[in-house]
Design a protein around this ligand. Structure first.
Ligand code: GLN
Length: 494
């Protein structure tokens, strides 16, 4: 029998329905895989009983002849940014150590309602700030991938959803939740050879998701292929009255709508998606991607998104500004850690708690955010960045006159070594150059594996779509997936 941990979401769902194996066998296999992969540091909390309980419910429903729920018998990993009732939720920060939510986030509740079970809470960059997982207060995740050219340095799994990407790539779970504020689903997916989609802003409720930058934060699935992402996204999405920015629209049947033919579709190639020193393999993969979508029937059109170069500076003003406001709530009074030096007054308690509880990158963002929102600088920075954001959204609007989706590389590099960029925040921020513009515009965007570089590391292609057109994004990604035939996986060393 195949190892059950080799199966994806659709295969598990269908196998449980058909009785090829029980949901309990699946949960047991993944629980064992999680328990055996400690060196990756992908999980902050393991919840084997949660996975088993959901599995038993699925098996009982099947035995009773009931129609099984969409994710019955599928165990998943949950990024630690989602509050899970009764299970520690820390956003990988010391400041939330000891915090056990009394409520369930809407996204996780939607997944449990669909029959999924939880294998555990996944490590991540602290408060989702980072691109390499190195800002976690509980140690970085190590990518399951290794270079094949003798360079044996431990690699970054991408970030901020690096626990999610590592866990899916290492077959510790068939799918995981991620969140994407400026690329945190897509870049880690690209680094680890898996798929991930950030839907249109508002598709997934933000309620119960620990906030980073509220006008950008969006949840989405990370899984082994496009179909699995479609299945999981359907379960995660939906209107929620508890989130004022939730879209009050029905959830499309994305899985049913999958279609790899791009006949009649126009795929735009934005000429600005190039950076200095971009490896030629990434340019070559992009050209290969263009050939693949052409082969699928698409017409290729060149487009220009002239404000692309301002996206990163605008993002690194807007996201920290919102973060500085969102993170004001961690004051030692309401959640998690409290640091109360002898004889301290309230102010001193705030300061001591925040100084001890937040990591360096989080402090950097709070400082930047507070600065750009301060009285003398608000117009020069925050207002200006907001205007740039509008121009970037307008660039995309103009592009949609000419094309249906855009195709770009996901990131300007393959996975880098842990430590390689951590001393230089700007080098780290540059890794988001291709993912940030669509985040600022609230558009759906997906990364799909395209191939390997010379060192045997995965490279991703990104499809960006019109607002609400997740189907168009998934379909173009499927056309690429079918042609890329990406089957590489990391060799287990952990
Ligand atoms: N790497 C980006 C940042 O550090 C994006 C993070 C994210 O999408 N959560 O802000």
């Amino acid at each position: 029998m195949t190892d059950l941990t080799d199966l994806g979401i659709r295969e598990i769902r269908d196998g449980v329905r058909e009785g090829t194996f029980s949901a309990r066998e699946v949960a047991t296999a993944f629980n064992a895989a999680v328990a055996g992969a400690k060196p990756l540091n992908a999980f902050l909390v393991e919840t084997p009983d949660h996975a088993l309980a959901a599995a038993d419910a699925a098996d009982a429903a099947r035995a009773a002849g009931e129609t099984l729920k969409p994710l019955a018998g599928v165990p998943i990993g949950m990024k630690d940014l989602f509050c899970t009732k009764g299970v520690a939720s820390t956003a990988a920060s010391h400041i939330l150590e000891g915090f056990t939510p009394q409520y369930e986030s809407t996204v996780s509740q939607n997944l449990w309602d669909a029959g999924a079970g939880m294998l555990g809470k996944l490590n991540m960059d602290q408060f989702a700030m980072g691109s390499s997982n190195e800002t976690s207060a509980f140690g970085n995740v190590i990518s399951p991938w290794r270079r094949n050219d003798g360079g044996n340095a431990a690699l970054a799994p991408g970030g901020s959803s690096g626990g999610s990407s590592a866990a899916v790539a290492a077959r510790l779970c068939p799918g995981a939740t991620g969140t994407d504020t400026g690329g945190s689903i897509r870049q880690p997916a690209a680094f680890t050879g898996i798929s991930g989609i950030k839907p249109t802003y508002g598709r997934c409720s933000r309620w119960g998701t620990i906030a980073f930058a509220s006008s950008l934060d969006q949840a989405g699935p990370m899984a082994r292929d496009v179909r699995d992402c479609a299945i999981m996204l359907e379960a995660m999405s939906g209107f929620d009255a508890k989130d004022a920015t939730s879209l009050d629209l029905p959830v499309p049947r994305w899985e049913q709508g999958l279609n790899a033919s791009l006949a009649g579709k126009r795929v735009g190639i934005p000429r600005e998606y190039r950076v200095d020193n971009m490896p030629e393999e990434i340019e070559a993969l992009w050209q290969q991607g263009i050939a693949w979508v052409k082969d699928a029937g698409a017409e290729i059109v060149e487009v220009s998104l002239p404000h692309t170069k301002y996206a990163l500076p605008a993002y690194y003003i807007i996201a920290p500004a919102e973060a500085s406001s969102n993170l004001a709530r961690y004051d030692g009074v309401r959640y998690g850690q409290r640091n109360l030096p002898d004889g301290a007054n309230l102010q001193a308690m705030y300061a001591a708690t925040r100084a001890a509880g937040f990591g360096e990158e989080v402090k950097r963002r709070i400082l930047i955010g507070t600065y750009v929102l301060s009285a003398g600088f608000y117009d020069a920075y925050f207002t200006q960045a907001s205007k740039v954001r509008t121009l970037i959204a307008r660039d995309f609007e103009h592009a949609w006159d000419k094309c249906d989706v855009l195709l770009t590389p996901t990131a300007p590099s393959a996975a880098f070594a842990l430590g390689e960029k951590s001393a230089d925040p700007l080098a780290m921020y540059l890794n988001d150059v291709f993912t940030v513009p669509s985040s600022l515009a609230g558009l759906p965007a997906m990364s799909v594996p395209g191939g390997l570089d010379r060192a045997g590391l995965p490279l991703g292609l990104q499809v960006i779509g019109k607002a609400l057109d997740e189907q168009g994004v998934l379909n173009a990604a499927l056309a690429i997936e079918e042609r890329a035939g990406f089957v590489a996986r990391p060799q287990a060393w952990w």
